[in-house]
Each structure stands twice: as C-alpha cells, then as structure tokens.
Write a protein that binds this ligand. Sequence first.
Ligand SMILES: Cc1cc2nc3c(=O)[nH]c(=O)nc-3n(C[C@H](O)[C@H](O)[C@H](O)COP(=O)(O)O)c2cc1C
Length: 222
Amino acid sequence: MPVKILGINGSARKISGTEYVLKEALEAAKEIDADIKTESISLRNKNIKMCIHCDGCFRKKSLCIVEDDFQDVQKSFLEADGYIFSSPVYNMNVTPVMNAFMSRIRPTYLVFPGHFTPRVGGAIAVGGGRNGGQEMTILAIHNFYQTYEILCCGGSIHEPAGGMVWSGDGSYEGAIKDKAGIEGAQRLGKRVAQTAAFLKFGWEHFKKECKTIYQTENWWEY
Ligand SMILES: Cc1cc2nc3c(=O)[nH]c(=O)nc-3n(C[C@H](O)[C@H](O)[C@H](O)COP(=O)(O)O)c2cc1C
C-alpha cells in the first residue's frame, strides 16, 4: 500500500538551504520502504494570499473560496498520509508564505472532518543563528498540526522536536556544512515515514475491525 509523504518548503529563495535539507529528509524517508512515495512542493513564487477571515468557508461549508495557487497545494495536502514542513526561521517563526498556507487550510476541517486524524507531521527549521529560534519555528508548525488533529512526530532522541539546521546565514552553502543538523533532519524523515505507515495500515484495520466506534456519529471527536 503506497504511503505518501508530502514535503513543503517555506523558503522564499531560489537557492535554499531549507529546500536542500527537506530533500535530504524526504530521501531518507524513502529508505524505510519501497512503498514510501514522496512529493515536494516549494511555496516560493506561489501566490498564496493570507486568510482574510471572510468566513466564506463557514457560510458555504466549502473549502477556501479565495482562488489562487493555494488550491494546487491543498490537493496534494489532502492526498498525503504524512507531512514534513521545512521553514527558514523568520523572526523566530515560520515564513509569511508558510503561515499564509497554514491559515488557508482551516476550511478543510469543515468539509472533511476527521480526515487528518490518522495522519502525522514532522517539522524542520533552518536558521541563520545557531540558536536563532529553530525550536520556536518547529513549535509553530506543530501547533498547526495539532490544530487540525495531525499527530506530531519528532526526530530521534538527539532532536526530539524535529530537524534543526544552522546555516550561519550562509544560505545553501552554510546549511550543507551543518552535517549534524542534516543527519537529524534525515532521522526525522525516517520517523515520519515509519509513523505514517503505522497509521495508514492501522487505520485500514481500524475501519474494518472497529466498526462500532467507526460508525458512531462524529467518532473523530472522541
Ligand atoms: C526577515 C528575516 C528574518 C529572519 N529571522 C531570523 C531569526 O529570527 N533567527 C534566525 O536564526 N535567522 C533568521 N533569519 C535568517 C534565515 O533564517 C536564514 O538565512 C536561513 O538560512 C534562510 O534559509 P533559506 O536560504 O533556505 O531561505 C531571518 C531572515 C529573514 C529574511
């Protein structure tokens, strides 16, 4: 059974350390099993407007009614079984485009309640400072996952929050020098892939074997 891991790169740069580190994590994810498939999307140059809280989604019980490049990314997001979001640190937080993307996902919960319950996400942050807010950036991504009931996955015992890389503000050339950081992102990639597979196989079993719970109205709220 194919298990799809979607990587989202929040960097605004064409040559990006954040994108490189994400690629390393996705390559490592594929080492888990031949059934692990990956897709990588860069938000750079995508026109993703910020959520303006028009409440069109609530009024119409629809996905986001603002039409731009968001819909393409949303399609991949809904199809994936696991996620790796990779963001540069901007002011100890994710980048504006990543924040815009995360806000626009809100209506999916109205249209497909419970959709994300058997899904998992991990986070990578690349900062110019050694301790420039990587953990805070990962926390922002984890907060997004938790808002939508996506389970959060850390890396190994060495990077329990997720992948953290120090570019020394040397962008791509700087990030590739942080060997320990890249290895941590690779371990995170493997953990996300493993967990997504556990959840996908477990979910199929759950639907067949736990019919009483599954057929209870609003089961996902328990
Ligand atoms: C607006 C802005 C804010 C930034 N804020 C931080 C910060 O708070 N902490 C940090 O470590 N680096 C910060 N940086 C530096 C970037 O995180 C760093 O250069 C990173 O390697 C960029 O990754 P990229 O080349 O993949 O886009 C900031 C950069 C910009 C443009």
